[in-house]
Design a protein around this ligand. Structure first.
Ligand code: IPM
Ligand code: MN
Length: 329
């Protein structure tokens, strides 16, 4: 049976990189029945559509969503990000954002970013906007349930890894309410996983360790905003953001999970054939894993090994395809 996949190429380099990802997955043996959804900043400029509830309901009928990138300079920042990407994450309850990294020395680690709460929840507002007495607040929403399900996912993932090591990253010395909730929940859940070794780092210290001593990490769990920032850093230390893949998961499969490269739409190089498709291809591999196609997923991942990290999209795509062919002969 083919897997039913919704594809949102989106803006900028998004369509170019998702096209390569689909080609590579198919060449590796994946049977995919794809439907293109014309969504993104370009569509908003055409007819004002971002992600209406009817389309969201339609998306629910697919096994997974493959997304390229959304956002375009002609639309004010945040409109498409909030209206499309964050809406999909929130409404489909994709509460785990899984971002794996491979360092140049071969060390692998993964960051689990909480994906539906924190400062991303949009709590806050203005008072006396535009005046000298303006006030802006931006709250952080943290629920016991939201923290616990992510932390639990972290313990389960750590348990399946070699070192069985899980690090909580937060800022408990300053964020004394949300940090306390996360830390307490982490301690309590850890009692159920005596086989998993735990550590805690403040997020600022974690930034130093990511650069100076990242091999200390195997599985990291953190909140939405810290996870956003830390995973860009994760990309930077592991070959660049052109390689960073991600999965927005609903682990209980109550809705389709969404797979996307960490990078953005890069409008400056869109349409020039200069996009690195590797992050999208590796996001495709994560999708295949989640669909139970782990043999094909591994084939795709292996094919990405050693391919040039910059150059023309076509050249990188051919290098991946050549590796696939060699693997199969
Ligand atoms: C990411 C992106 C998004 C985020 C933006 C586009 C809203 O940076 O997936 O990391 O902040 O989550
Ligand atoms: Mn980000």
């Amino acid at each position: 049976m083919p897997h039913k996949i919704a594809v949102i190429g989106g803006d900028g380099i998004g369509p170019e990189v998702t096209a390569v990802a689909l080609d590579v997955m198919r060449a590796a043996g994946a049977v995919l029945d794809t439907t293109d959804f014309r969504l993104g900043g370009f569509r908003y400029l055409e007819d004002g559509v971002i992600l209406p509830d009817e389309i969201l309901e339609e998306l629910r009928r697919y096994e997974a969503i493959l997304l390229g990138a959304v956002g375009t300079p002609e639309v004010p920042p945040g409109v498409i990000e909030r209206g499309l990407l964050l809406k999909a994450r929130f409404e489909l309850d994709l509460y785990v954002n899984l971002r794996p990294f491979v360092l140049p020395n071969g060390h692998e680690f993964v960051v689990i970013r909480e994906n539906t709460e924190g400062t991303y929840a949009g709590e806050g507002g203005f008072l006396r906007k535009g005046t000298a007495d303006e006030i802006a607040t931006q709250g952080s929403v943290n629920t016991r349930k939201g923290a616990e399900r992510c932390i639990r996912y972290g313990f389960e993932l750590a348990r399946s890894r070699t070192r069985k090591h899980l690090t909580l990253v937060h800022k408990t010395n300053v964020l004394t309410f949300s940090g306390d909730l996360w830390d307490r929940t982490f301690q309590e859940v850890s009692n159920e996983y005596p086989d998993v070794e735990t550590a805690y780092n403040h997020v600022d210290a974690a930034c130093i360790y990511f650069v100076e001593d990242p091999t200390r990490y195997e599985v990291v769990v953190t909140d939405n905003l810290f996870g956003d920032i830390l995973t860009d850093l994760g990309g930077a230390i592991s070959g660049g953001i052109g390689l960073a893949a991600s999965a927005n998961l609903n682990p209980e499969r109550m809705a389709p999970s969404l797979f996307e490269p960490v990078h953005g739409s890069a409008p400056d190089i869109a349409g020039k054939g200069l996009a690195n498709p590797t992050a999208a291809v590796l996001s495709g591999a994560m999708m295949l894993d989640f669909l139970g196609e782990s043999v094909i997923a591994e084939r795709v991942r292996m094919a990405c090994e050693g391919v040039p990290s910059s150059g023309r999209t076509e050249e990188i795509a051919s290098a991946i395809h050549n590796n696939l062919v060699q693997d199969q002969t």
